[in-house]
Structure formats: structure tokens, C-alpha cells
Design a protein around this ligand. Structure first.
Ligand code: GDG
Length: 471
């Protein structure tokens, strides 16, 4: 059956940007692309706080066939929904950090209320043949609330972060409600097959559901829901072009200049405890300790723009990292060499592309990560004739598509130090060979393909089309 070609409606916490001013990440580029092609609507939070909150007037911006529609939140809504439930309960838990996840009834309630309010505000804007695609851990309940508000069309969901095993998820007081709400979507997308398996295992174990052919779930009441992996990609061509821009070249030259011919190692992450930055610093320190020959010969730059700094765990991380960098510098620095530098102010994407290109090694060492786009951006930005080496955690979703990286266990300081040594000493032929293989996959599975693959599945006829809706 041909694609029905319905209008695309994207829902995510933050909306846009639609135009490329050098700021947008791969995700925004991929979605903006699909919205432009099909025409559509992007719905989410305005980024503003007001007294009326989710009851505020809709804000609308029109860009050709695409509308950006947003609503405000109140201070309490943001506190309970965003900082509370999404980032104190769900983010750590889904990243396997049950030890720092906290749960409370009030933020659970606010999270559900905000999901319901978003659905109630969106529902009147929908037509039955719209394809609604909801994003990420902020909106687990939004689909089921849209159903309750009467929307009967296609509903898809994509989780950008990991889905932890049922043994962990069942610690969430509302885990049953949350997963049951997910089952109201027609298509549920995960970054990796491991995440999908954890989800299906929960459904089987807790609800007596059935796993069919590895990509669908039959619920106890006989409904069939599609659940598959759709690994996200980047706008690889666009990023490679960024790496050739004037701004990138300036930054590349600057990094080479300050490194005085030393090998540059780089890390680029939102400052988040899931990214394994502490472990990475320890690995670098271990290298300097074990291999005196590298002292004075390598330099580490960590770009770590601040993120969610209102939360204690994030503020603590900043203090810890700055302390650790200070200790390493105190221990090893010489008059003309500062081993490690951390920058908490972000760069433009073009500047970042230049920094990646100047780096002989990029360390991507999350303790758990849905995908990790930095790994892909680093590969896209390299000069194929003289590419750098990617060190990649076995716990990043990107690992599945990038086995030619130096795969490490970030919990092992020795492993990190060994990988750094190997990366710094790797001959050109081997660097080229590994890079070429990864580059082909980064350019083959782009943000654009990811979007189209998901939407084709969401748009395809399913068993539900043949049955009257009875749930
Ligand atoms: C979530 C999931 C999944 C970083 N510093 C600067 C900057 N960045 C950009 C990077 C990259 C993005 O931020 C980070 O993306 P990641 O994928 O690495 O991580 P999360 O932010 O945690 O994203 C993740 C992703 O969603 C997509 O599904 O891959 O697993 O956790 O694009 O370049 N950008 C600019 N300046 C900086 O200083 N402009």
C-alpha cells in the first residue's frame, strides 16, 4: 500500500530550530527536513515560564508549510515535570543509576499532569490522518493522553536515551503505568536492540505480553504494538561541510597553534554524569603516570557546556571535574605545558567541527548513552587522508555501528590508558582503515534516513487498520 503521506506532527520538550544557523544539532536538522517535506507542526514547550503555564495562549510561528506551536509552563510545572520527574527520577534510572535516582509522589503527579495538559492543548490541532511522533523521556504518557482526548490516528514514540532492564525499572513506583502508557503508541522506537529487548522483557515479565518476531509485542489483551530499534544518525554531509568552513578552519588552526605540535585529545559532552568524564580524566592521568614519554607530548581539551546546573548532581559534577583537572595539572604541568583544559562555555557547531578535526584522538566514554552523536560527528569531521582515532565506550549505543573504534570499558582506568596509548601511536594506514569503515556507516545512516525509516514504519498499514479500535 502506498504511503498515506499524512502531515507530520512532532512533539518534543524543546522545539526547533528549523533553520540552520549553525546551532542546530543533527536531530533538529533531521526533523526539520522531514517537516519541510511533508508539511507539519512541531509542538512543545516555549522555553518560557508564565503564571498560566500549560494553560497559556499558544504561541505560533509559521515557516512555509511548517508551524511551530509552543506553550509555557509555570515554575511549579517545570520543577515537578522537568527537574523533578524527568531529570531526578527518569534520567538517572534509565541510565542505570538507580543509586542516584529519587522518586516522589508530587513530581510523578506533575509529570502526568503536564503530559495530559500538552495532549489536551495539542489534540484540537490534529486531524485524523496526521502522523504524530512524540520524542523522549519527557513524554511517556503523552500518547495515551492523546488517545483519551480522542485522537485515533497514528502515534509513534522515540526514546533517545537507554531503556534499563526490568530488574531496575521495576524500582520506579509507577513503572507499570509508564510502560502501559507506552503501549498506547503504535510504534515505539529505541536506539539499540538492547534497549528494545529490555522493554520487551518488561512487558513479558510484568504484563504477560508476548514477543513476536523480535519487532512486535502482543499485549495480554491481544493488541499488537511495533517495538524496534531505529539508531539515530547525524547530518553527516552538513557536518563535514561545517568542518571545511572558515570558522572551523580558524578553530582548527587555533587548537593546533596552542598545542605546539603536541597531539591533541578531545572530549565533547554536555556536562552530565552519564558521560563518563571523570573516568576519562582518570584514564588520561593514568597514561601520564604509566608512560612518562607522553608527558609534555599530549594535551587534553574537554569541552563540557553546562547542562541542568540547577540540579545538585550536575553542580557536584562540575566541582569534581574542575578539581580533578586542577590536580592533574598540579601534578604534571610544566612551565610550557598544561596537560588538561576544561571549558564549560559551548562553541558553535562550525567551531566544534574545527576542534574535532584538529584532534588526533576523541574520547567518548559514557557509562551509559542512548546513542552518542559526538562519536559520529568526530568521524564526519575528520580529514580522510589523515584521520584521528575514536575511543568509544562499550556502553554507548553508537558502539553497534562503530566497532572499528577503540572500544573501551570506561570503568577500567587501565583500559582507558591503554587505549589512549594505542590511539596516539596508531600508524596512518590503520587510522585510515578504521576511519573509512566508520565514515561509510556515518554517511550511510544519517538523521535523514533515521527519520524516513521511522516514518515509513509509522505510516505503513498495520493490523490495527483491519480491526475496529476497541481499547
Ligand atoms: C541525547 C542522548 C543521543 C556538545 N557540546 C557542544 C555541542 N554539543 C552537541 C554535540 C552533540 C550534542 O551536543 C550531544 O549529543 P549526544 O548524542 O552526544 O548526547 P545528549 O545530549 O545526551 O543526547 C544521546 C541523542 O539524544 C540523540 O538521540 O545520541 O544518547 O543522551 O550534537 O555536538 N554543540 C555546540 N556547542 C558545544 O559546545 N554547538
Amino acid at each position: 500500500m502506498a504511503e498515506r503521506g499524512g502531515r507530520l506532527v512532532v512533539v518534543s520538550n524543546r522545539v526547533g530550530p528549523l533553520s540552520d544557523e549553525g546551532k542546530a544539532g543533527g536531530l533538529a536538522v533531521g526533523l526539520a527536513d522531514a517537516l519541510r517535506r511533508r508539511g507539519g507542526l512541531w509542538f512543545g514547550w516555549s522555553g518560557e515560564v508564565s503564571e498560566a503555564g500549560t494553560g497559556s495562549q499558544l504561541k505560533r510561528e509559521e515557516h512555509g508549510d511548517t508551524s511551530l506551536v509552543t506553550i509555557d509552563m509555570t515554575k511549579d510545572e517545570i520543577e515537578g515535570f522537568y527537574f523533578g520527574y524527568a531529570n531526578r527520577s527518569l534520567w538517572p534510572l534509565l541510565h542505570y543509576r538507580l543509586d542516584i535516582a529519587s522518586f516522589d509522589r508530587a513530581s510523578d503527579r506533575t509529570y502526568r499532569d503536564v503530559n495530559r495538559r500538552f495532549a489536551e492543548r495539542l489534540a484540537p490541532l490534529l486531524s485524523p490522518d496526521d502522523l504524530v511522533w512524540v520524542h523522549d523521556y519527557h513524554f511517556f504518557y503523552l500518547g495515551s493522553e492523546l488517545r483519551r482526548a480522542g485522537f485515533d490516528g497514528r502515534l509513534g514514540y522515540f526514546l533517545h536515551i537507554p531503556f534499563c532492564p526490568p530488574e531496575m525499572l521495576t524500582a520506579l513506583p509507577a513503572s507499570h503505568d509508564l510502560v502501559r502508557a507506552m503501549l498506547d503508541y503504535d510504534v515505539i522506537g529505541f536506539q539499540t536492540d538492547g534497549d528494545r529487548r529490555n522493554f520487551v522483557a518488561f512487558c513479558v515479565q510484568e504484563f504477560g505480553a508476548e514477543d513476536i518476531d523480535g519487532d512486535r509485542v502482543r499485549t495480554a489483551d491481544g493488541r499488537i504494538v511495533r517495538a524496534s530499534a531505529f539508531p539515530i544518525g547525524i547530518d553527516a554531509e552538513g557536518f563535514a561541510e561545517f568542518a571545511q568552513s572558515d570558522e572551523a578552519r580558524e578553530h582548527e588552526a587555533m587548537v593546533r597553534d596552542i598545542s605546539h605540535g603536541r597531539h591533541q585529545i578531545v572530549g565533547v559532552d554536555r556536562m552530565d554524569y552519564s558521560k563518563g568524564i571523570v573516568e576519562r580524566f582518570r584514564g588520561f592521568e593514568q597514561l601520564l603516570e604509566d608512560e612518562p614519554a607522553f608527558r609534555g607530548q599530549v594535551q587534553f581539551l574537554q569541552v563540557a557546556p553546562l547542562s541542568r546546573s540547577e540540579l545538585e548532581a550536575y553542580a557536584d559534577l562540575r566541582t569534581e571535574l574542575e578539581g580533578l583537572a586542577g590536580n592533574i595539572n598540579g601534578r604534571f604541568a610544566t612551565l610550557d605545558w598544561t596537560p588538561i583544559q576544561i571549558m564549560v562555555n559551548g562553541f558553535t557547531r562550525r567551531a566544534l567541527a574545527g576542534i574535532y578535526r584538529a584532534a588526533r584522538v576523541c574520547m567518548v566514554t559514557p557509562l551509559r548513552d542512548g546513542m552518542n552523536l559526538v562519536a559520529k560527528e568526530y568521524v564526519a569531521a575528520q580529514d580522510p587522508a589523515d584521520p584521528g582515532v575514536l575511543i568509544l565506550s562499550r556502553f554507548a549505543g553508537a558502539r553497534a555501528e562503530m566497532p572499528e573504534a577503540l572500544i573501551v570499558n570506561p570503568y577500567s582506568t587501565d583500559d582507558l590508558a591503554r587505549a589512549l596509548k594505542k590511539a596516539l601511536e596508531m600508524p596512518l594506514d590503520e587510522r585510515r582503515e578504521r576511519h573509512e569503515a566508520m565514515r561509510a556507516r556515518v554517511f550511510g545512516n544519517t538523521a535523514h534516513n533515521w527519520c524516513e525509516t521511522f516514518l515509513a514504519v509509522l505510516d505503513a498499514p498495520t493490523e490495527r487498520d483491519l480491526q475496529p479500535r476497541s481499547w
